[in-house]
Write a protein of this length. Sequence first.
Length: 196
Amino acid sequence: MLRGEAQFTADLPVPAGTLHLSFVRSQVAHGRNLTLDTTAALAAPGVAAVFGHDDLGAPPVEFYTETSMGGLMARPLLADGTVRFVGEPVAVVAAESPTAALDAAEFVVVDIEPLQAVTDPEAAAADDAPLLFPDAGTNVVKPLRADAAVIEVAGATGAGGPGAAGLPDGARADPCEGAAFVAELVCENPRVASAP
């Protein structure tokens, strides 16, 4: 990057007819009765399609099977009537150019009935906390046990900093994967072979 030789997805050639996506994201931390009005977005120049959860028909995804509570906390690709965090994707616009997709995404009208949100981890773990996945019966995904004496000593001595309260030291919310990619489907042999 420092030498100006880095290559980004915007630098890559794309095949003719490539559609570009722009996600519409929740501005509400927790809410239900999500409704979308995509009429204006669909009428925008260069727009090929606008999808909400019901248009995809895709099952929820268990991003981390170890922490999805047996599927009870599996997340939909697009919000399914309930939003669980600010920035959760609620719709996606497909258009002929990145600019057309971004512009049309602004025309999607999102209506969400806000619910109580909890931002403190201890409050979220309380029995009376609002649940993000009510069927799971808890917001605690995977309890971790710690020796109370070690935590007490760390808290009294200041050792461990935030870790004394059960929070990791130096926690960061950086994405570890890129947010963009270019894909082209090339089908040279339309037959599918399968072996037991």
